[in-house]
Write a protein that binds this ligand. Structure first.
Ligand SMILES: NC(=O)c1ccc[n+]([C@@H]2O[C@H](COP(=O)([O-])OP(=O)(O)OC[C@H]3O[C@@H](n4cnc5c(N)ncnc54)[C@H](OP(=O)(O)O)[C@@H]3O)[C@@H](O)[C@H]2O)c1
Length: 277
């Protein structure tokens, strides 16, 4: 068993095969949590499981699943909670964006973002929160985005979905008062992961300096979760950006969000890949 504040607890991390999810798994293992790693790319999950069980002496299980499939989500619940492996910390991290205008996107692309970023997150939260409340303890970490604070052109469905994640999580945390279960919305800004490539975004020269590392994002997220925060924007630059957005007249937000986005990235030439797997 690992040693740390989460020793003896089990954390399930979705989207643990890369980026923020993999770093959240590393950070949770560093705090002593046993893990269930979930994503589609099983080999990557197995490599991470090996790394973390060796480094931290924690128990790590791998569950390959396409979370766009509601039945796969139910099977994940059955393979953990219903199989006597309770989940104390649920991290809904799996997600993707597609950088394209609404009318430049197919319905399948838009529906994929809604299915994974919104419906899967809500479904898993609903399933696991009930079991946590019955035990009188648990944590749910939902990964939103600074996009939750802005209506961003060419990212309309993605940012609207992240606004949903933030509002849903904040309301849920309030509903859970007194149950022993807490929910936290994490709002990262630009973070160096595979996200950009999948979103068909290419960083402009010099903009990578403004990007946070996934490990720093994960460190902040777990620290704030353990402190019992309800919403966290990762890093002072991102806090500054969302603070400006909060005080602007709403009509200016799409304009500023568009300008900010275009100052950092341009559209690539590929098709969005995350939805396809
Ligand atoms: N990077 C950023 O700048 C940034 C900023 C704000 C918020 N976020 C949010 O942070 C979260 C993590 O993104 P990231 O930046 O770490 O991107 P990433 O490196 O592309 O990781 C995305 C993860 O989601 C998993 N995933 C994608 N589709 C899936 C599906 N159908 N079923 C199961 N798992 C699936 C991927 O695994 P498989 O492909 O193996 O299934 C991968 O592990 C997302 O919710 C994203 O919206 C990212």
């Amino acid at each position: 068993m690992g040693k740390g504040k989460l020793s003896g607890q089990r954390a399930l991390v979705t989207g643990a095969s890369s980026g923020i999810g993999a770093e959240l798994a590393r950070e949770l293992a560093r705090h002593g949590a046993d893990l269930v790693l979930v994503a589609r790319r099983k080999e990557r999950l197995e490599a991470l499981a090996e790394e973390l069980s060796t480094a931290h002496g924690v128990d790590v299980a791998v569950e390959a699943a396409d979370l766009m499939d509601a039945d796969a989500r139910a099977r994940l619940f059955a393979a953990t909670e219903q199989a006597g492996r309770p989940v104390d910390v649920l991290v809904n991290n799996a997600g993707f964006g597609a950088y394209e205008a609404v009318l430049g996107s197919t319905w399948e692309e838009l529906d994929g973002m809604l299915e994974l970023n919104v419906r899967a997150l809500t479904h898993l939260t609903r399933l696991f929160a009930e079991a946590m409340v019955a035990r009188g303890r648990g944590r749910i970490m939902n990964i939103a985005s600074t996009g939750a604070y802005m209506a961003c052109p060419d990212f309309a469905v993605y940012t609207a979905g992240k606004a949903y994640v933030r509002n849903f999580t904040e309301a849920l945390d309030f509903e859970l008062k007194g149950s022993g279960v807490r929910a936290i919305a994490i709002c990262p800004g630009g973070t160096r992961t595979e996200f950009l490539e999948h979103a068909n975004q290419v960083l402009k020269p010099g903009s990578s300096l403004a990007m946070m590392s996934a490990s720093r994002c994960a460190r902040i997220s777990v620290k704030k979760m353990l402190r019992g925060r309800r919403t966290v924007v990762t890093g002072w630059l991102n806090v500054l950006a969302v603070t400006v957005m909060r005080f602007l007249p709403r009509c200016m937000i799409p304009w500023l969000a568009n300008a900010l986005m275009k100052s950092g990235v341009e559209k690539g030439t590929k098709q969005v890949t995350a939805a396809a797997g």
